[in-house]
Ligand binder design. Structure first.
Ligand code: FES
Length: 165
């Protein structure tokens, strides 16, 4: 384990210890980085820069490579989990039918960018790839619930369903 552990709480040290064991287990195997990042996300809840750097340093990758993999796959999150994750599909059908306008509306209503969380940690905005509902594009997914044929004007109402739960 690197000297990063010296400045961490006991719980964080235990988490890095677990991650170190995972790295030992997967290092050198095919697809190892994805497996390790999955495990890291399980352990830490998300993939902050420090964790990406730890993985890079201990697996012989550059931090920029680990960061690009972390941000490429929609199942990895580089921000803390919020209560509700709002995902806008930007697969071809949704993109053509105005998925980008939905992102703009979300950013306007929530006051945050893609990959960011609201200060109350209630919502975060994400982009996702095709969720298999192309016939009813454009699609927004909140947690596990799929909203179809969404118009920008629908966004405030959709969000209101998740406020004050
Ligand atoms: S492209 Fe959005 S559901 Fe298929």
């Amino acid at each position: 384990m690197s000297d990063v552990a010296k400045t961490l709480s006991v719980e964080e040290q235990a988490n890095y210890e677990k991650l170190s064991n995972v790295i030992d287990l997967y290092s050198g195997k095919e697809g190892c980085l994805i497996q390790v990042l999955h495990a890291a996300q399980e352990i830490f809840g998300y993939l902050p820069y420090e964790v990406q750097k730890y993985v890079a340093d201990n697996m012989g990758f550059s931090v920029s490579y680990v960061s690009s993999v972390s941000s490429f796959y929609s199942f990895f999150s580089t921000t803390p989990r919020t209560k509700h994750e709002v995902k806008v599909c930007l697969g071809t059908a949704c993109y053509v039918k105005g998925g980008k306008l939905l992102i703009e509306k979300l950013q306007e209503v929530l006051g945050i960018g893609v990959g960011e969380a609201t200060p109350d940690n209630l919502f975060s905005i994400h982009v996702t790839r095709c969720v298999g509902a192309c016939g009813l594009a454009p699609v927004v997914v909140v947690d596990e619930e799929v909203f179809k044929q969404v118009k920008p004007a629908d966004i405030p109402g959709i969000l209101d369903q998740y406020r004050g739960e």
